[in-house]
Design a protein around this ligand. Structure first.
Ligand code: ATP
Length: 202
């Protein structure tokens, strides 16, 4: 892979993180290692326009992401990217389900003018890409994520260790009194318990 000197390689994983879990964190770390990213930024959405209102507040979701990345130097919590240089390579990470929802995003067709897209496979996701994405996939897909070139414009797929974990299932388990230990970092679990998040009465 050609790399201009000085250009950084930065991954971005946006999400509701309601709560952040090992599916997010493993995918993030594996992509960071596979593509030798300089850093990977977790970007929590305050109020995502394209989905339901989150169950916990943006402050709680931010606090949980902060706790989840506190001992992982490659993963950082970020607001956004104004300080990036024009030739920095940006990799936007999305789970397959989020990628399939792309046509519902505002100005989605312009996204590849700003970054590459890395799609993380999820074992609990369906397999058919929506019709609206087929042309873009045919024109922009690169089989090997390590062959992505330039600062933007291509799509590739990452087969990280499959973890059929979702925030929805974590919330459901908590609401019915089941343990979510090992599905979220211990520090995040302690925060959820201390703040009584996702209990049936919330
Ligand atoms: P919910 O169940 O509430 O919809 P979620 O578990 O999908 O939440 P999000 O915060 O919506 O979590 O996800 C942020 C991003 O991480 C999305 O692109 C999503 O597809 C991806 N993602 C979430 N869980 C996994 C997983 N287990 N494996 C791979 N990607 C994942």
């Amino acid at each position: 892979m050609t790399r201009r000197s000085g250009a950084r390689r930065i991954g971005i994983l946006g999400g509701t993180f309601d709560p952040v879990h090992i599916g997010h964190l493993r995918g993030a770390l594996e992509v960071t290692e596979m593509l030798a990213l300089d850093e990977l930024r977790l970007v929590p959405n305050a109020r995502p326009p394209h989905r339901d209102t989150p169950h916990s507040s943006s402050q709680d979701r931010l606090a949980m992401v902060r706790l989840a990345v506190q001992d992982v130097p490659q993963l950082t919590l970020e607001s956004l990217r104004s300080e990036l240089a024009a030739d920095d390579q940006l990799f936007l990470l999305m789970g397959w389900d989020a990628f399939c929802g792309l046509p519902g995003w505002h100005r989605w067709e312009e996204l590849l003018e700003h970054c590459h897209i890395l799609v993380l496979q999820r074992p609990d996701a369906g397999s058919e890409a929506p019709e609206a994405l087929r042309d873009m996939l045919a024109a922009r897909s690169v089989a090997d994520p390590q062959a992505l070139e330039g600062s933007c414009g291509q799509i590739s797929f990452v087969w990280q260790a499959p973890l059929g974990v979702s925030a929805t299932r974590i919330r459901q388990s908590l609401a019915s009194g089941r343990s979510v230990r090992f599905l979220v970092p211990d520090a995040v679990l302690a925060y959820i318990n201390a703040h009584g998040l996702y209990r049936a009465s919330n």
